[in-house]
Design a protein around this ligand. Structure first.
Ligand code: KG4
Ligand code: ZN
Length: 351
């Protein structure tokens, strides 16, 4: 089964073609970073309008890349949520319209299930069940993954997501959007242990997170070291970036280790944009060696938003007989734990 995957939940327009036998055949992405950079964050209306401009050309390119035509597509998957309503609607409308025109089924995919199963696109894959640490701009989740669609949330952030904390820290330090990669780059020039930030909620039991305090800590530290013109030296800015990154990644490490001990799982999957962070990857790899467990990361471009993960999950669900009704309905808020295993939520396929 050849599935066209469409991702438009935020600031990346992404399209991929995934075949159940041959695997990933095409994967195209257009990042809107340049459009939103001058505003210091994503402007939802601009995001939606740009998805409209880029989606059809990306679909054409993906078909060219794989030397296939529209008539080869057996099903369409699009991100149904969570995400920005207007941006999601662009992908949902295009997905439903294409599926209707081609008389093939369409399925709306949960964006975080896409991230969660992205490691399945790699050659070395985990097998079910496993523990997943999902770290994106909107979510920080520790998930007990019994099988596809069987997700039990063990811990989550009570306030800011870890990616959001990276983004806000970058803003406070005057670094460019998107904040995660900027903070990581700045941290490379920082001096270890110049500042020590707290590891929030690690001193009490449980697997929940809280990252908003770290952002406040960044603000206070920055204020204390500003000169009379409210400027930081380059060195202090880098030191703060490093202290923040160390605190955020240590916190994730401590909770992931705790969740592994509680569940007894020997496989840990990391996914979502913050999974691209080199310091986090290194720490988790070291922990895996110490604890004698296996850790699975998607390649960095499959950690951040991409169409391949949506095409992959779509293929799983369409192959199990799932499809949406023809209504173009998106779910800007949608809990991962509300999902069912593929095939348990069957709709009548349009004739
Ligand atoms: O998964 P993703 O691309 O989109 C969402 O579903 O949210 O994640 C985006 C988040 C942003 O907060 C971004 O700053 C963060 O992932 N991010 C990083 C890195 N690359 C992206 N955070 C830390 N280090 C990175 N290298
Ligand atoms: Zn994402």
């Amino acid at each position: 089964m050849l599935v066209l995957g469409i991702e438009t939940s935020c600031d990346e327009t992404a399209v991929a073609l995934y075949d159940s036998v041959q695997g990933l055949l095409a994967d195209r992405l257009y990042s809107q970073i340049a459009i939103h950079a001058e505003y210091g964050g994503v402007v939802p209306e601009l995001a939606a309008r740009d998805h409209i401009r880029k989606l059809v050309p990306l679909i054409r390119k993906s078909l060219e890349d794989s030397r296939l035509g529209l008539q080869d597509i057996d099903g369409v998957a699009y991100t149904r949520g969570p995400g920005l309503a207007g941006a999601l609607l662009v992908g949902a409308t295009m997905g439903q319209a294409l599926a209707f025109g081609l008389a093939v089924p369409a399925v709306g995919v949960h964006h975080m299930e896409g991230h969660l199963l992205a490691p399945m696109l790699e050659q070395t894959r985990p097998h079910f069940p496993f523990l997943a640490l999902l770290v994106s701009g909107g979510h920080t989740l520790l998930v007990d993954v019994a099988g596809p669609g069987e997700y039990n949330i063990l811990g989550e952030s009570l306030d800011d997501a870890v990616g959001e904390a990276f983004d806000k820290t970058a803003k406070l330090l005057g670094l460019a959007y998107p904040g995660g990669p900027s903070v990581a780059k700045e941290a490379e020039k920082g001096r270890m242990d110049r500042f020590k930030f707290p590891r929030p909620m690690t001193d009490r039991p449980g697997l929940d997170f809280s990252f908003s305090g770290l952002k406040t800590f960044t603000l206070i530290t920055a204020r204390e070291h500003e000169d009379d013109n409210q400027q930081l030296t380059d060195q202090i800015r880098a030191d703060i970036a490093l202290a923040f990154q160390e605190a955020a990644t240590d916190t994730l490490l401590i909770k992931a280790r705790r969740a592994l001990q509680q569940t007894g799982y020997e496989q840990l999957v990391i996914a979502g944009g913050v999974g691209a962070n080199k310091s986090l990857r290194q720490k988790l790899n070291e922990m895996a060696e110490q604890e004698n467990i296996s850790v699975y990361f998607p390649r960095p471009e499959f950690c951040t938003d991409n169409g391949a993960m949506i095409a992959y999950v779509g293929c799983l669900r369409l192959s199990a007989g799932e499809s949406e009704g023809m209504a173009v309905a998106v779910k800007p808020r949608w809990k991962l734990s509300d999902l069912k295993p593929p095939g348990e939520r069957k709709h009548k396929v349009k004739s």
